[in-house]
Design a protein around this ligand. Structure first.
Ligand SMILES: NC(=O)c1ccc[n+]([C@@H]2O[C@H](COP(=O)([O-])OP(=O)(O)OC[C@H]3O[C@@H](n4cnc5c(N)ncnc54)[C@H](O)[C@@H]3O)[C@@H](O)[C@H]2O)c1
Length: 345
């Protein structure tokens, strides 16, 4: 089958296209971008072809799967349309900017009965998968508290438009700034690792450091810190930042009844267990994909496996809707200076 990619920027170039190219079930990638030269560039890099409209992609019966790699404000338009055209869709995160739009996507999936996976790729890394196993086995007892962080030097160094005019800095396009770019990954990860839901949240946010193309502070937050409680009663804190200069931080620490689980914290070991008697166990698994270290995330292989076998995606539309609700609650908490109860999902 052929794969179609909508939006030919950085995530398409660095993750989706190379991973489709390596997948044996995909015969060709067809690229579409409203900036045609971006589609042309990826088609020549990955020996694919181009179309000049979304409809051309959706009307092509040989294209069975679509990656929606457009900017955040378009996901609900393209992903919904693609599902209703009978395509299986891998939608980039955040699923959408509003709950209503996310629900439209989820409804379209139900109506079409096609696979919808959302690229919450933190769920797929070896260290996170192993940590989940350890938590499920209760090898260290129950998780009591956690802290998680995700930060790098900012999307103006990552996106295809390498400048401060990037859409990531515009409210109507990115929606949530760093909260929807990096924060949603870790909030979603907490749901996955703990098999739990964040139910209450308080937060502070600010545009502390980034300037737009006019030299003004950006319209969205570049830093957020939050405290939260889960349905099972865990307490946790989180920091998300576009101003971690020098080195990315992608770490999570879980404090359990009988020890500590540190993920992407130690420089040499992706997972470190420190038992209550002080004994340490180190796991050398793969390193996490960073902006400077792009390895196969396994996301496309997992998506295609769902398409071929009917297996349920690790990150479904409903999961993504739940994580979106937490981001919205976190920003509302910061805006109102109150503790917000997250809408159940
Ligand atoms: N899962 C992850 O780890 C991860 C990492 C980075 C980005 N993302 C997500 O991927 C998406 C794309 O991000 P990016 O970093 O590739 O951004 P980018 O700016 O590098 O690329 C976006 C591309 O989409 C195209 N596009 C936007 N709107 C379009 C439209 N209406 N029609 C056609 N093309 C359109 C743009 O022209 C651009 O080429 C975002 O939703 C982002 O949040 C996910």
């Amino acid at each position: 089958m052929k794969a179609g990619i909508i939006g030919c920027g950085s995530i398409a170039k660095l993750r989706h296209a190379p991973e489709y190219k390596e997948n044996k079930h995909i015969s060709e990638i067809v690229f579409y971008d409203r900036n045609p030269e971006r589609a042309d560039r990826l088609a020549s890099m990955f020996n694919g072809s181009v179309v000049r409209s979304v409809d051309a992609l959706l009307e092509d019966p040989t294209i069975k799967v679509i990656s929606d790699c457009s900017s955040n404000e378009h996901h609900h338009i393209f992903t919904t349309k693609a599902l209703l055209h009978g395509k299986h869709v891998l939608c980039e995160k955040p699923i959408s900017l509003t709950v209503a739009d996310a629900m439209e996507i989820v409804e379209a999936q139900k109506k079409s009965d096609k696979v919808l996976m959302v690229d919450h790729n933190q769920r797929f890394t070896r260290a996170h998968q192993k940590a989940r196993e350890i938590i499920q086995e209760e090898a260290l007892g129950k998780v009591l508290t956690f802290r998680t962080t995700f930060g790098h030097k900012g999307p103006e160094h990552w996106g295809v438009n390498k400048s401060n005019s990037t859409w990531f800095f515009k409210k109507e396009r990115s929606g949530f700034g760093v909260a929807g770019d990096l924060g949603i990954h870790k909030l979603d990860l907490i749901h996955y690792l703990l098999d739990d839901e964040i139910t209450k949240i308080s937060a502070f946010q600010g545009a502390l450091n980034k300037l737009d193309e006019k030299g003004k502070p950006i319209e969205v937050c570049d830093n957020v810190v939050a405290s939260m409680q889960t349905k099972k009663g865990c307490l946790g804190s989180a920091s998300f930042s576009w101003s971690y200069y020098g080195e990315e931080d992608n770490s999570t620490i879980l404090y359990c009844e009988e020890g500590i689980l540190k993920i992407y914290h130690h420089p040499d070991y992706q997972l470190e267990i420190i038992k209550s008697n002080g004994e340490k166990v180190h796991y050398q698994l793969e390193t996490i994909q960073t902006n400077d270290n792009q390895t196969n995330t396994g996301v496309i292989d997992a998506f295609i496996e769902c398409v071929n076998t009917g297996k349920k995606p690790i990150a479904s539309g409903q999961d993504a809707l739940g994580s979106l609700k937490v981001v919205l609650a976190m920003l509302e908490a910061a805006e109102t200076g109150t503790v917000i109860t997250v809408d159940p999902f």
